[in-house]
Ligand binder design. Structure first.
Ligand code: G6P
Length: 367
């Protein structure tokens, strides 16, 4: 049952390991494998009518928003703006009729996100929500509910809700791209195929649990940790840093790899581990050259990549974590797992309260 840990030491660990199953469940309601299409629930408006998308969320959900921006702009060529919910209303955003406002929330109750949703509704903007709790306030308010089927998430630090949100975001981006006439049936078929492969690849990623536990002791000694990524791996770097600081209380920052030289490289020495998230692909060489600049300054690097990437750039690192080779579309779903496991095992090594970290709440219902 969702409220029992079974043979896991913590809810967070149980929820990390549930991800292949709950992502498969979530995908089931958005993929039509026979038609080789992606499907959204029936809606009272036509997605083709939107020329702008705003995505609003907090915390881990806001990194799904950032990844969604990359996907939506790439596939559907519709411009996307992303806001953390606590900033959205206060910048007096330009709201227009041709805009869809998309809210992402595990709980559906986060006060800032709910307030931003109500603000958009008052202005007559159409709203959609990627939400895990179907009975929540946000689920009741949105015009279009895109449910995640992660089941109850008990650990305060979000894990399985994050990957289920990514699965729904990929389905949404694909649907919008088709509505906008930017996707051929062949391209859509490919996307459906790649998404269907995600749960198995996530299982393979979970197979590295023990290696990751083995390197956690080294990271647990650090005072600061940097995470680097480029493209959709940049929000993953932000998520990695957030997970680590939430549950292990180690100061961590995520950076776009190319920004290293504009500041964070000044922090680098052999006491600051650098976690590099870099699947092989078009952005790989650039990320690796940023990584090597840091290595030349003594950085202890943990490289998370596939066999090809590790073969090309694994030398001189303190550790590598080998992910299966996957299509860039599903890479965030797969790379989320080592990032979560690393934070988890570092927190266990430090002896913190993994499921109930100090000062944090599962659902923040005050603005
Ligand atoms: C809290 C939780 C985070 C979560 C954030 C947003 O800070 O500790 O894990 O990402 O709220 O929550 P939501 O329910 O809106 O996704």
């Amino acid at each position: 049952a969702a409220n029992e840990k079974g043979n896991h030491a913590h809810f967070m660990q149980k929820e990390i390991f549930e991800q292949p199953i709950v992502v498969a469940q979530t995908l089931q309601s958005y993929l039509r494998p026979l038609e080789e299409q992606v499907a959204l629930p029936d809606m009272a408006f036509d997605l083709a009518g939107f020329d702008r998308i705003s995505i609003v969320a907090c915390g881990t959900s806001s990194y799904v928003a950032m990844i969604g921006k990359y996907w939506i702009e790439q596939f559907a060529r519709v411009p996307v703006e992303v806001d953390v919910a606590s900033e959205f209303r206060y910048r007096d955003p330009v709201l227009t009729e041709n805009q869809l406002a998309l809210f992402i929330s595990q709980s559906g109750e986060t006060a800032d996100t709910l307030a931003a949703l109500k603000h958009c509704k008052r202005a007559g903007v159409k709203t959609a929500g990627i939400i895990n709790v179907p009975t929540s306030s946000m689920a009741r308010e949105v015009d279009l509910l895109l449910s995640t089927h992660a089941g109850p998430e008990i650990g305060v630090a979000s894990t399985k809700a994050f990957t289920c949100q990514l699965a729904v975001m990929a389905a949404f981006a694909t649907n919008l791209a088709r509505a906008k006439g930017k996707l051929s049936p062949e391209e859509e078929r490919e996307i459906v195929r790649h998404l269907s492969e995600a749960p198995e690849a996530m299982n393979a990623a979970l197979g590295h649990d023990e290696d990751i536990a083995g390197m956690a002791g080294t990271i647990a000694e650090a005072r600061d940790v940097l995470y680097l990524g480029r493209g959709i791996d940049y929000p993953m770097a932000l998520e990695g840093a957030l997970k680590l600081k939430e549950i292990s209380y180690i100061h961590a920052e995520g950076y776009a790899s190319g920004e290293m030289k504009h500041g964070p490289i000044a922090l680098i020495d052999d006491a600051v581990p650098l976690i590099v998230i870099a699947p092989s692909g078009p952005l790989f060489e650039k990320t690796v050259s940023n990584m090597q600049e840091a290595q030349a300054r003594g950085a202890k690097v943990v490289l998370i990549s596939d066999a090809e990437g590790i073969g090309r750039a694994g030398q001189g690192t303190i550790a590598t974590i080998e992910m299966p080779k996957v299509h860039p579309l599903i890479a965030p779903l797969v790379y989320a797992i080592p990032v979560q496991l690393l934070a988890y095992h570092v927190a266990v090594a430090k002896g913190t309260d993994v499921d109930q970290p100090r000062n944090l709440a599962k659902s923040v219902t005050v603005e």
